[in-house]
Design a protein around this ligand. Structure first.
Ligand code: CA
Length: 237
């Protein structure tokens, strides 16, 4: 049985979706806002997510981006927004498909089947939402790092770098890719930025910053034990 997480604040639509999905043997879970969507995606590991863009607490596009940091779960957008700009933003953020409200239930179900079929034929292993090492723990959903159980405060830039290292298949990231992602394409040569920030990250997270075990400059986040089978995965379209 497939489990579908419905992220939608319109309770009548949630109800209609629940009835139709359950009639086709889907297990249905509900999230009424973005915060619940992130928590439930991590804890329930659904087979697909139906995502409204207009949520009470945050833009659905931001929720999609946050899920895509660590998960390739199929995401189907349900939106009343007709502008192609909104579709482009959602698809660029990592949504798999898009239906405009009001939609026919048959079309939605067909698109849902297609999205989950593509997923099953993929090779992906998910990066779990929590990555643990002997020295520190990274919670990708809460965007927090703990060292000996204590929350370590990172700047947004430090977090962005750490996140890139953790979610990259094989944990190897080139300096140029990191610089492009974090500072933008104009800064791919500024390796001194990375040197500074990696030193800060090591001071905050490594037991012996001079001899880093995990955050090895310039290339990798080392042997993070994520409980997965290592590289593979990330079949980007
Ligand atoms: Ca809404």
């Amino acid at each position: 049985m497939s489990r579908v997480l419905v992220v939608e604040d319109d309770v009548q639509l949630v109800r209609a979706l629940r009835i139709n999905l359950q009639a086709r043997a889907y297990e249905v879970e509900e999230a009424l806002d973005g915060d619940a969507a992130l928590r439930l995606t991590a804890s329930l590991m659904p087979d697909a997510v139906l995502m409204d863009l207009g949520l009470p607490d945050m833009d659905g596009v931001e929720v999609i981006k946050a899920i895509r940091v660590w998960s390739q779960v199929p995401i189907l957008v349900l939106s009343a927004r007709h502008l192609s700009e909104d579709k482009v933003r959602a698809l660029d953020a990592g949504a798999d498909d898009y239906v405009t409200k009001p939609f026919s239930m048959d079309e939605l179900l067909a698109r849902l089947r297609a999205a989950t079929r593509r997923r099953r034929t993929g090779t992906g292993t998910e990066t779990p939402p929590v990555v643990t090492t002997d020295g520190f723990t990274i919670d990708l959903v809460a965007k927090k790092v703990y060292r000996d159980g204590v929350n370590v405060r990172l700047t947004p830039t430090e977090w962005h770098i750490l996140e890139m290292l953790v979610v990259s298949p094989g944990r190897l990231v080139s300096q140029r890719a990191l610089l492009r992602e974090v500072w933008g394409p104009a800064h791919v040569e500024n390796t001194n930025y990375l040197r500074v920030y990696m030193a800060q990250l090591r001071r905050k997270l490594e037991a012996d910053p001079a001899h880093p075990r995990y955050l090895k400059f310039p290339l990798s986040a080392g042997q993070l034990d994520t409980g997965t089978d290592g590289p593979g995965g990330s079949s980007h379209r």
